[in-house]
Ligand binder design. Structure first.
Ligand code: FAD
Ligand code: NA
Length: 389
């Protein structure tokens, strides 16, 4: 097939772009993907011993308030009515997250009304008076007071960042939501659910088009394969969704990321923790949370005597680790500005997605961003035969 567009990376950004170009513009699209599977981090697989769907790169919850995104995604899958809730274990107790009136009343062993709880937390937030917060710890105390900070934020944050919050910059958080009611739903978007037949069926359906071919195990920087950076740039339009620093051979320095390590285990019990995600707030527990995947699909016929759990650990990424969350230090922002100039100078290459733009994007945001770029950056140029970027 003669190719009109090369898409590097098969996450939601790349798949959306490929699908729109193939379907709406009749372009012939090749997607190359370095991993052995499509879908980027949204990919899931069936654990063979139990038949339970496991989100390979951490729990993925779909939610959006964007009508266009909802119309788009429901072309490829339907969604269950799963509503996400998170609990957190601190010491020998379990609390609801995000912090709400239920959390506060359990924690203080009280029965405060919303106004009483608000007054209590306002009072506890005054501990540092008018002092300008100099670090994350002081910032958090100024927002929710010391008792809630020490129970719910301190240990968890220290584990996420491998750094004592008293040594982290205050700007990492701007707010810490506290709900003065018993609403414990994690997301507040209009639409929420999990794909009925799983993520991989959804992702594969997006790529299932006569004008799209997918090449797995194919790295854009491997010059031995047909579509690589050296042979393709300047020859055809490219949508690149890999790491932007890697594209430019780290010329402006490495952008820093956090990564996660996952430890999967099949256990001979029907239900390990009674819920899909349990956070662990204590600093002396090395993992940040445990996922138990059966609870994402209570409607499925999963075995009653086995379950799959996955412990999640957080750390700074090296070049060879999977980049998950941008760290976004001052230095990162300077480097990103330099990379943005380089991107603008790279003719006929559109940089998109989480890695290509160095920003955390939820699935619905990656899809929305690709739909917009398709409208504004691809469609007008393809119609006139100009470069796409
Ligand atoms: P990605 O999904 O990262 O896809 C990029 C693809 O490009 C990857 O498949 C990669 O292998 C490929 N690639 C990179 N370099 C090359 C190369 N040189 N050659 C070929 N291919 C290459 N979103 C939600 O909405 N809800 C959630 O609950 C949620 N949880 C998340 C949890 C974690 C731990 C992470 C990291 C993300 C989570 N997300 C969640 C976001 C979601 O996974 C995606 O990040 C989002 O859909 C963005 O997709 P993307 O296409 O930009 O990037
Ligand atoms: Na460009």
């Amino acid at each position: 097939m003669d190719i009109d567009l090369l898409v590097v990376g098969s996450g939601f950004y790349g798949l959306t772009m490929a699908e729109q170009c193939a379907e709406k513009l009749g372009m012939k699209v090749a997607i190359i993907e370095s991993r052995h599977h499509i879908g980027g981090n949204a990919y899931s697989e069936i654990e063979p011993e139990t038949g339970i769907e496991v989100h390979r790169y951490g729990a993925h919850l779909f939610h959006t308030s964007n009508e266009r995104v909802w119309d788009y995604v429901t072309r490829f899958t339907s969604f269950t009515d799963y509503r996400h809730h998170v609990l957190t274990r601190v010491g020998d107790q379990v609390f609801q997250m995000p912090i709400n009136l239920g959390t506060i009343n359990s924690f203080f062993k009280a029965a405060y009304t919303p106004d009483e709880a608000r007054a209590l937390i306002a009072n506890q937030s005054q501990e540092l008076g008018d002092k300008e917060p100099e670090n994350l710890e002081e910032k958090a105390i100024s927002l929710i007071g010391r008792p809630l900070y020490e129970a719910f934020i301190k240990g968890y944050t220290a584990k996420q960042w491998e750094t004592d919050p008293a040594l982290l910059p205050p700007g990492i958080i701007s707010r810490l939501p506290v709900r003065y009611n018993y609403n414990a739903r994690y997301f507040s978007d209009t639409y929420e659910g999990l794909p009925v037949d799983g993520y991989t069926a959804w992702l594969e359906k997006m790529a299932d088009h006569k004008n799209i071919e997918v090449h797995l195990n194919t790295d854009f920087f491997d010059t031995s394969q047909p579509f690589n950076k050296d042979s393709a740039v300047g020859q055809l339009p490219i949508v690149y969704t890999g790491p932007v620093d890697r594209y430019f051979d780290y010329a402006e320095g490495d952008l820093s990321w956090r990564t996660l390590d996952f430890e999967k285990e099949v256990l001979p019990v029907g239900d390990f923790q009674g819920t899909s995600v349990m956070n662990y707030g204590d600093q002396d527990v090395p993992f940040t949370r445990i996922h138990e995947f059966r609870h994402f699909h209570p409607e499925r016929n999963y075995p009653k005597d086995k379950t799959v759990i996955m412990r999640e650990y957080s750390r700074f990424a090296n070049r060879n680790d999977e980049p998950y969350y941008p760290v976004n230090t001052t230095k990162d922002r300077e480097r990103l500005a330099a990379y943005r100039e380089a991107m603008a100078g790279e003719k006929n290459v559109l940089f998109g997605g989480r890695l290509g733009t160095y920003q955390y994007l939820d699935m619905h945001m990656a899809i929305a961003s690709a739909l917009t770029a398709f409208d504004n950056r691809i469609t007008p140029h393809v119609k006139t035969g100009e470069d796409i970027a």
